[in-house]
Design a protein around this ligand. Structure first.
Ligand code: FES
Length: 181
C-alpha cells in the first residue's frame, strides 16, 4: 500500500512539476510582454520625433488665404498675412507681406518684398526719382512691376506660389520669380 501511496505521490509530483514549468513560462511571457510594451513606449515617441519633420514638410505646402480676387487690380498692392509654422515641436507665427497685382492678361501674381541684394524690404513707388518701380532703401536696388532687377540686385524679386479658390487669393511658399521674362 505504501508503495502504492509513493506511486501516488510521484504520480502527483509530475503534474506539479509541469505546473511549475508552466508558471515559469507564464512569467517569462508576461515579463517579456511588459518589457516589449515599455520599449515600445520609449521608442514610439522617438519614431514620431523622426517622422514629424516629414509631416512638417507636407504642411509647408499649405496656402494662406490673403486677399479677395475682386480687390486685385493692375497696380501692386501690399497685403500682410500670417503664416503659422512648426519648428520641431515649437509653433510660431511669421508675419509676411506680399505685393499682389493682376497683369495685362488678368493673371494674378504676388511678389515677395525681400530685396535680393542683402534682404532689406522693398516698397512699391516709394522713391520719387524712380516712379512705378520697387525700390530698396538700403543700397538703392530697383525692380520693375514684375520684380525684374534694374539696379544693384543680382536677381529678380521672388514670387509666392499663388492659388485662386472661391474668389480668394491664397499664397504658399516663395520661389524664384516665375513671371520675369
Ligand atoms: S539690401 Fe536692398 S539694396 Fe541692398
Amino acid at each position: 500500500m505504501g508503495n502504492n501511496q509513493n506511486d501516488h505521490h510521484e504520480a502527483e509530483y509530475i503534474p506539479n512539476s509541469n505546473k511549475e514549468m508552466s508558471r515559469r513560462q507564464f512569467l517569462t511571457y508576461t515579463l517579456g510582454g511588459a518589457t516589449a510594451y515599455m520599449a515600445a513606449g520609449a521608442i514610439l515617441p522617438m519614431v514620431r520625433f523622426a517622422v514629424d519633420p516629414i509631416l512638417q514638410k507636407k504642411a509647408d505646402g499649405d496656402y494662406v488665404k490673403v486677399a479677395e480676387v475682386t480687390k486685385i487690380n493692375n497696380e501692386p498692392q501690399e497685403f500682410s498675412f500670417e503664416l503659422k509654422q512648426q519648428d520641431g515641436w515649437y509653433p510660431s507665427t511669421a508675419n509676411l507681406v506680399a505685393w499682389i497685382r493682376k497683369d495685362e492678361s488678368g493673371t494674378i501674381y504676388a511678389l515677395s518684398p525681400i530685396c535680393k541684394h542683402l534682404g532689406c524690404t522693398v516698397g512699391w513707388n516709394n522713391n520719387k526719382s524712380y516712379p512705378d518701380e520697387y525700390h530698396c532703401p538700403c543700397h538703392g536696388a530697383r525692380y520693375t512691376k514684375v520684380g525684374q532687377t534694374l539696379a544693384v540686385s543680382p536677381k529678380p524679386l521672388d514670387t509666392y506660389k499663388v492659388k485662386i479658390e472661391n474668389g480668394w487669393v491664397y499664397l504658399g511658399s516663395t520661389e524664384s520669380n516665375t513671371v520675369v521674362k
